[in-house]
Design a protein around this ligand. Structure first.
Ligand SMILES: Cc1cc2nc3c(=O)[nH]c(=O)nc-3n(C[C@H](O)[C@H](O)[C@H](O)COP(=O)(O)OP(=O)(O)OC[C@H]3O[C@@H](n4cnc5c(N)ncnc54)[C@H](O)[C@@H]3O)c2cc1C
Length: 478
């Protein structure tokens, strides 16, 4: 066990079954899915132990120190329609640190115009769906009039799709867009601009079901659904420090640097969770680890076809970090066209930098660049930033580094839907959570939190505990 291990709090009263023994759930994995499951179970009165292999909570969304800067492993954003992640932020008392825009407003800079850079905006008006985007689309300078009209027609066709229809998961979004009259330019300047960032795949590599889910929920449900939120503090402040504080107050025993090596079901239906030097007894286990680790830990017979977890592909995200000696960008973020640069965020204040400006470039679906040497990335990206942000042309680069997440998300490829298991397994008392499980969402913080809620819900049923209504209301609304 790690340093600072505290004795597990002994709950009594409503948690205890007739023989007085408190029910105990072990959650394996302290990413957003596991942290959520632990909080939800503890909120329902279960005694919970959360085990995390790394020295911190937060999983794939974390921060680290570098030369006095606090750096996020990758820029993370969420949307107003991410009700589960917003619940999580509220639950850890972090919502004010990751605020939403009042109203969707995305500056889109095209670097490739003969007349120089061109700025467009994707923003919404206070009108009902789909009129809320009508004016912005009509004025969007990166598409021709005919392309804008075709985008409107495709959006209406998309609205008619049912993302849960298994047939949609067998088709690719790119093919559907082409069949609905979308030019290559419309795909690049609109569909992929949003889709690559949310799905971590270009349209041609994405399941139509997942794409329809993202675009319908984000752009065609509620007018404010796509308003963007992001952490104005390091991710670790939310997903590690505040999450840990919430877990502590809920009475969860949290152990970091504690890697689970095996799970065994006992004759009496309980579970033995093996960590180095110790075996924990559990009445229920939530396995909230990535799909490959879940595959390796699942006992035989827990899933009909456990091999399918290994057939869920993964997709990389690269972040390029540049620290300039002066302020070069006035906006908090923008998206780029006509350049390898995708999205650029100002991380100066969040990182603790006091002089100059720190920009983070979020490069999704980065299969072609994930292993490119830093020097080469520097040669590629600094001139691109000079094309996109005039202020950089006279600024000095104080630092340039990259963070590479090779398995940032599951690959949202056609067919992935039938590979994603739900929270319940065939082994009683064993549940799965993780952004990769069957939430209907792509691999996002929202999917992770939803999966944690679903796993806790299933475990509570088996433990005979009532569901706290405030929490599961968001599942019912989904
Ligand atoms: C660079 C990057 C950018 C992203 N951008 C966005 C974004 O903008 N918006 C968004 O919504 N999402 C984004 N995501 C995706 C999001 O971060 C993930 O979907 C989410 O954090 C996954 O959470 P999780 O709990 O399901 O899994 P994980 O975060 O993978 O957590 C699993 C945890 O299990 C632990 N573990 C594994 N094996 C064991 C074991 N044997 N014993 C104990 N612990 C174990 C791991 O250490 C890890 O902490 C991004 C991801 C990356 C990497």
């Amino acid at each position: 066990m790690s340093d600072g291990a505290r004795p597990a709090p002994e709950h009594s009263g409503p948690t205890a079954p007739a023989d007085g023994t408190p029910r105990h759930a072990v959650v394996v994995g302290g990413g957003l899915a596991g942290t959520t499951a632990a909080l939800a179970l503890a909120d329902a009165g279960v005694r919970v132990t959360l085990l995390e292999g790394r020295p911190r909570l937060g999983g794939l969304a974390f921060s680290f120190q570098r030369d006095g800067l606090t750096v996020d492993n990758g820029q993370h954003v969420y949307l107003r329609c991410c009700t589960a992640y917003r619940w999580f932020l509220d639950r850890i008392e972090g919502a004010a640190l990751a605020p939403l825009q009042d109203r969707l407003d995305v500056p889109v800079v095209d670097a490739d115009k003969p007349e120089g850079r061109r700025l467009g905006r994707l923003r919404r008006d206070p009108l009902p769906v789909p009129l809320h985007l009508g004016r912005s689309l009509a004025a969007y300078p990166h598409l021709s009039l005919a392309e804008r009209a075709a985008v409107g027609r495709a959006a209406l066709a998309l609205k008619g799709l049912d993302p849960t229809d298994p047939a949609l998961d067998t088709q690719d979004f790119g093919g559907w867009l082409a069949a609905h009259g979308q030019s290559a330019r419309a795909v690049e300047a609109l569909w992929d601009l949003v889709g690559v960032a949310t799905l971590n795949a270009v349209a041609g590599d994405a399941s139509l079901g997942l794409a329809a889910m993202v675009f319908k929920t984000g752009l065609l449900s509620d007018p404010g659904a796509a308003d963007i939120g992001w952490a104005h503090v390091p991710l670790g402040e939310l997903h590690d420090r505040l999450a840990r504080k919430a877990l502590d107050s809920a009475g969860v025993r949290t152990e970091v640097r504690t890697r689970v090596t095996s799970l065994t079901q006992n004759g009496n239906g309980g579970w033995s969770v093996q960590v180095p030097g110790e075996s924990l007894h559990a009445d229920a286990v939530v396995l909230a680890v990535p799909q490959r680790e879940a595959h390796d830990l699942l006992p035989p017979g827990a899933l009909d076809d456990p091999g399918r977890l290994l057939r869920i592909g993964t997709a990389p995200i690269l972040n390029v970090h540049v620290v300039y000696d002066r302020q070069v960008l006035a906006r908090p973020f923008f998206a780029a066209l006509g350049s390898p640069v995708q999205w650029v965020f100002d991380r100066t204040a969040a990182s603790g930098l006091t002089g100059g400006q720190y920009l983070a470039l979020s490069q999704s679906a980065a299969q072609d660049e994930i292993d490119t040497p830093v020097a080469e990335l520097r040669e590629r990206y600094l001139p691109e930033l000079e094309r996109l942000i005039p202020g950089t042309r006279t600024a000095r680069v104080r630092d340039f580094f990259v963070t590479r997440e090779r398995t940032a998300t599951f690959a949202p490829a056609p067919g992935v839907g039938r590979l994603r298991p739900g929270a319940r397994t065939k082994a009683s008392g064993l549940y799965l959570a993780g952004a990769w499980t069957a939430t209907g969402w792509p691999a996002t913080m929202e999917s992770a939190v939803r999966s944690g809620v679903s796993a806790a819900d299933a475990a509570l049923g088996a433990l005979g505990r009532p569901r706290p209504r405030h929490l599961f209301a968001l599942e019912e609304a989904a």
